[in-house]
Design a protein around this ligand. Structure first.
Ligand code: PMP
Length: 330
């Protein structure tokens, strides 16, 4: 019989697929790595096991313990999957810009969710960082993974994502592109690929316009899961060779094109990463092999990026209902 012992065993080993249509006019091969094939639906499943294993080994998490984390949803799902195998309680703190569907996923896995306002400074007592710190202090037996500083985040990508990409491309990858949120993905995967290739693979970050990684001040943007208004420890700025800035409009337009033209239904940070990859690929030699990491699937964004009314409300399009935003945002 072929089966996994439990759901957590199915994390990782996600597939690569070649983009066929949005790459028109580009000579390089552009492959995307589909992290929505993970059982919790995102790349964050990878960091959860590693972080919880390390916390148990270091005595920071014990039976009856509670996991408290500020998360935009995906990290929460990964942590919840592992926590429920091992009997831990989970409390997640989300900013209110995170879609309700995503928050409902967390409660479906048995987690508790606390919602905080997006438009406050990180050091405000109402910010999602502050609220989660307070809960972690006040709840006995609480452990805060702190994905922004936990070295096991980048380490999990160094140990799994990087080796999978190297193996599946037979070492022919020339460029790796990923969005930067905590920075764990690009730091761990990028470091592995630089080492294993004798530093020939070029590492490219993608960042929402306004975020610090591409030189912004932390000005708000709508794409979820990426960009920051501070510099997290999980991010090693010496790993990427460059960070390419992408606007919300470009990200959302590409996200919709990926669904309509490639049949790949992914979230806005995936569209953002593809935009950055295509900008870099436009001037790359024809034998280049790009691998772009797409962190999650699109079902959590149906009421937003894939909803014309929502896009129009944010001024992305003056399209009459029924028009494709793809044409209008180009
Ligand atoms: N996209 C989405 C949808 C995410 O949830 C995250 C994680 N915050 C990222 C991209 C960025 O990954 P990382 O934190 O490893 O930089």
């Amino acid at each position: 019989m072929k089966y996994a012992e439990n759901i957590v065993e199915l994390v990782g080993d996600t597939p690569l697929v070649k983009l066929q249509h949005v790459t028109d006019g580009i000579a390089a091969t552009v492959l995307v790595k589909l992290e929505y094939f993970n059982p919790g639906g995102s790349s964050k499943d990878r960091i959860a096991t590693r972080i919880i294993d390390a916390a148990e080994a270091e005595g920071k998490l014990a039976p009856g313990g509670t996991i408290v984390e500020p998360t935009s949803g995906n990290t929460g799902v990964g942590l919840a999957l592992v926590a429920l195998q091992r009997g831990y309680r989970c409390i997640f703190v989300c900013p209110d810009k995170v879609g309700e569907d995503k928050r409902n996923v967390l409660t479906a896995y048995g987690a508790e969710v606390v919602v905080t306002p997006t438009a406050v400074a990180p050091d405000s007592p109402e910010s999602y960082y502050s609220v989660s710190d307070r809960l972690a202090r006040e709840i006995p037996g609480a452990f805060k993974p702190n994905q922004y500083a936990n070295p096991n985040g980048p380490r999990s990508h160094y140990e799994t994502t990087g080796p999978e990409i190297w193996r599946d491309t037979d070492g022919r990858i020339t460029h790796f592109v990923a969005g930067v949120g905590t920075g764990g993905t690009i730091t761990g995967t990028g470091r592995y690929l630089r080492e294993v290739s004798n530093d020939t693979v070029r590492i490219i970050g993608a960042d929402p316009e306004g975020s610090v990684y591409s030189g912004g001040t932390g000005r708000p943007y709508l794409v979820e899961g990426v960009g920051e208004d501070f510099w997290p420890d999980a991010y090693d700025p010496s790993v990427p060779h460059e960070v390419i800035e992408v606007t919300d409009a470009e990200s959302f337009d590409m996200t919709r094109r990926l669904a309509r033209e490639e049949g790949i239904l992914v979230g806005g940070s995936s569209g953002m990463a593809v935009v950055a990859a295509l900008k870099a690929a436009a001037s790359a030699p024809a034998d280049s092999v790009f691998v772009v990491l797409l962190p999650d699937g699109g079902r959590g964004y149906l009421g937003k990026i894939f909803n014309d009314k929502w896009l129009r409300a944010y001024g992305f399009s003056n399209a009459p209902a029924g028009h494709t935003v793809g044409n209008l945002l180009a």
